[in-house]
Design a protein around this ligand. Structure first.
Ligand code: GTP
Ligand code: MG
Length: 198
């Protein structure tokens, strides 16, 4: 059974003015394009095709808001690092994301989805900085762990942990094998229930 039986899509937006009201709490999910964000969301929420998945990188070019429970939202941010995006588009999203982190009072945590084979990129580090600048906790899901051998998974986890501040956390994850789903869900719940210092 899903822990979020009433989860549903709220809306897509591509400007701050289109975002739903800044009330309650929300957790943002960010990651490189094609890193496996939508797949991870589907596993964590335990609904197939909840957030769409695609084999074409860059499909999710909007900020997608989902309701998990009353006044609890999940926000699927547009994937970054997609090569075939114009400079103007890149700038639009850069400003939108930094603005979002700075003004959004309901934002309570960041789930950062990283392909375990690629490690952190400069784009990921920028998201980490946005979150750390406003004191948000970060949980990194090193996903597609099914693609690596166990020893390599452990090495990757350690390497990423070294780059994070003490209050941030990291785990291996696989949407395909549903590996690490309980830990990821527990972290999401922790972020949703966290009381943010105002
Ligand atoms: N082997 C493996 N493949 C995965 C995993 N998670 C996602 N994928 C595959 O990776 C591709 C991208 O997955 P998505 O979940 O659509 O990635 P995304 O980050 O939402 O992509 P965009 O929204 O396009 O930026 C798809 O072909 C998925 O099937 C995983 O844990 N293991
Ligand atoms: Mg997606």
């Amino acid at each position: 059974m899903s822990q979020f039986p009433n989860a549903c899509f709220i809306k897509s937006a591509n400007a701050l003015e289109q975002f739903p009201p800044d009330t309650g709490v929300e957790v943002a999910v960010a990651g490189r394009s094609n890193s496996g964000k939508s797949s991870a969301i589907n596993v964590i929420v335990n609904r197939r095709q909840f957030a769409r998945t695609s084999k074409t990188p860059g499909r999710t070019q909007l900020v997608n808001f989902f309701s998990l429970r009353e006044e609890q939202r999940l926000v699927d941010l547009p994937g970054y690092g997609f090569a075939r995006v114009s400079e103007a588009m890149r700038q639009h999203w850069g400003e939108l994301l930094s603005g979002y982190f700075q003004i959004r009072r309901s934002l309570n945590g960041l789930l950062l989805i990283v392909d375990i084979r690629r490690q952190l990129t400069d784009h990921d580090r920028r998201m980490i900085r946005f979150a750390e600048d406003v004191d948000l906790p970060i949980h990194v899901l090193l996903t597609k762990a099914d693609k690596l051998k166990r020893g390599q998974v452990a090495t990757s986890v350690l390497k990423v942990r070294k780059e994070l501040s003490d209050r941030s956390t990291v785990q291996a994850f696989s949407a395909t094998k549903r590996h690490g789903e309980e830990d990821a869900r527990a972290k999401l719940d922790e972020f949703l229930e966290r009381v943010r210092a105002k």
